[in-house]
Design a binder for this molecule. Structure first.
Ligand code: ZN
Length: 148
């Protein structure tokens, strides 16, 4: 993908080739499936939430490098975190992708993105933003299930 910084491209390809937390979790883990018909991406998220903490997450699916690497990075960055922090991270990520607004006073503005910053260059390719955000929307769905 031309236009992405070399270091960032390396991080994205590394997650695409060696996806983290790949697999499934047995019930009662919550399970959500997301599709991006524009690109043919599919993401499955399995989530264990105990006492308000994401104790385990597994990711499945197939699709382009942006969708799959975003899912891998997402899984790595939410595992072991309290649900409130995970929601703040989702908000921060979506604001990086120019999908949600965030002002400096927002507590989520303090959240560190780490490797996820590798995906910020995708904003320059509006058609790929849906690829990058798919895993996060699927995560949000799985979180809602865990709440229910
Ligand atoms: Zn895609």
């Amino acid at each position: 993908m031309p236009g992405l910084d070399d270091l960032y491209r390396e991080i994205i390809l590394d997650h695409y080739r060696s996806p983290r937390n790949r697999g499934e979790l047995p019930p009662p883990a919550s399970h959500a499936v997301g599709h991006n018909p524009l690109c043919g991406d599919e993401i499955e998220v399995y989530l264990d939430v105990q006492d308000g903490v994401v104790t385990d997450i597994k990711v499945g699916g197939q699709g382009c490098s942006i969708s799959q690497s975003s899912a891998s990075m997402m899984s790595q960055s939410v595992k072991g975190k309290p649900v409130a922090e995970v929601r703040a991270l989702v908000h921060k990520f979506k604001s990086m992708m120019s999908i949600e607004e965030m002002d400096e006073a927002d507590p989520a503005a303090e959240v560190k993105l780490g490797d996820l910053e590798a995906l910020q260059g995708v904003v320059k390719f509006p058609v790929r933003i849906k690829c990058a955000v798919l895993a996060w929307n699927t995560l949000t769905e799985a979180l809602a299930q865990a709440d229910a």
